[in-house]
Design a protein around this ligand. Structure first.
Ligand SMILES: Cc1ncc(COP(=O)(O)O)c(C=O)c1O
Length: 386
């Protein structure tokens, strides 16, 4: 076995697809040290900088004293606390759904949703660029997975038509696509869901806290929220902590409590993380200036990179990918930026399709104007060196 592993790893190296952990020292949100060099990070999903917000940190410290570090048991044993209940009520309210349920991570939430609601005889119809957790959830569910090209809703409709005889049709999309940063057309997906009587779930991992007039996410419009059966999200991105969530009708949430194995058979999300997330949602509601700053930063970076002639699409989220195509070129760009104190690891296959390697810039409200100027200068030098 060891021999096979070593040869497969060697093959990855030959193809510029080998991955390794880089340990960052003295991590402070947007700044950290790597091999003794101070770096500015433009790759974290802490879009609002809430992982270090004073109210979030204080709420965590208080919860830590009360609950300790862990929940001690699964939710259905003794792991459900007032902290879980309070957070779930908050999420349900923000997502304009009757009920909500938190999972240990967003990945587990997606596995839990798809394995609970889909099974043999069902068809899952999914956008090609959906996250690995959705793909794996579909595979694990034993239903048939049919994939349509990214945002090609004509093809999506064809697949729905072809699946008319299936026991259930489950339509799945991200709201903000995690590697491209573009938005799904939720109105069109809702039209299709209604026309073909499909069950519709969205993954709002990268929309929650970032999109919508009040930061409630891509489904903030009440008419839209009401027509989506399951709104899934994570507490690990703009919320700054860890954990996944589902917002839906009461009956669907009760169904998950009874049938979602990644919910039932794992230890509950630590209450300290529930309290941190609760505080983060309060900050999002009460301090809109943070989101405003995020969007100013997004616009400034987009404008700067466009001026430098990097082809990046008009920003629709806090994710701004700069495409290099070739894996080797993307790694070279990462290394050149690293030398200038900018940290944006290259994203390669299998995270993105082969030949679509990129530097995925993620923007945070915690970035300062000086940070952005440094990023743009580094990209300017990158262009000049080409
Ligand atoms: C679209 C999407 N869904 C789900 C997840 C998983 O979330 P978590 O990090 O909470 O497990 C991610 C994280 O990368 C994501 O980008």
């Amino acid at each position: 076995m060891r021999k096979i592993c070593l040869s497969e790893l060697e093959e990855l190296k030959q193809r510029n697809l080998y991955r390794e952990l880089r340990v960052l020292e003295n991590h402070q949100g947007t700044k950290a040290y790597f091999q003794g060099r101070e770096l500015l990070l433009f790759c974290s999903n802490d879009y609002l900088g809430l992982s270090r917000h004073s109210r979030v940190v204080q709420a965590s410290q208080k919860a830590l004293k009360q609950y300790g570090i862990g929940a001690g048991a699964a939710r259905l044993i003794s792991g459900s606390t007032e902290a879980h209940k309070r957070l779930e009520q908050k999420i349900a309210c923000l997502k304009q759904k009757e009920s909500a349920l938190v999972f240990a991570t967003g990945f587990l939430a997606n596995l839990g949703i798809l394995t609970a609601f889909a099974g043999e005889g069902d068809v899952i119809i999914m956008d090609k660029l959906c996250h690995a957790s959705l793909i794996d959830g579909a595979r694990l569910s034993k239903s048939e997975l049919r994939v349509f090209p990214h945002k090609n809703y004509r093809k999506c409709e064809e697949l729905l038509q072809k699946s008319k005889d299936a026991r259930r049709r489950i339509l799945v999309s991200e709201t903000v696509f995690s590697m491209d940063g573009d938005l799904a057309d939720l109105r069109e997906l809702i039209r299709l869901k209604e026309k073909y009587d499909a069950f519709f779930m969205v993954d709002d991992a990268h929309g929650t806290g970032v999109l919508g007039p009040y930061g409630r996410g891509a489904t903030e419009n009440k008419k839209i929220a009401g027509k989506i059966d399951i709104i899934m999200g994570t507490l690990s991105k703009a919320i700054g902590g860890l954990g996944g969530f589902v917002a839906a009708d009461k009956a669907l949430v009760h169904y998950l409590i009874n049938f979602a194995r990644p919910f039932i058979f794992t230890t509950a999300l630590p209450p300290v993380l529930c309290e941190a997330a609760y505080a983060a949602f309060c900050v999002i509601e009460e301090e809109p200036a943070i989101r405003k700053k995020l969007w100013q930063n997004i616009q400034a970076i987009h404008k700067g990179l466009t001026k430098l002639d990097f082809s990046i699409a008009k920003p629709e989220s806090a994710i701004l990918p700069v495409l290099f195509g070739n894996e080797r070129k993307a790694i070279a760009a990462f290394e050149a930026l690293l030398k200038q104190g900018i940290f944006i690891p290259a994203v390669r296959y299998p995270t993105v399709p082969k030949g679509k390697a990129r530097l995925r810039i993620t923007v945070s409200a915690a970035h300062t104007q000086k940070d952005i100027a440094k990023l743009l200068l580094a990209f300017k030098k990158l262009k000049a060196a080409k």
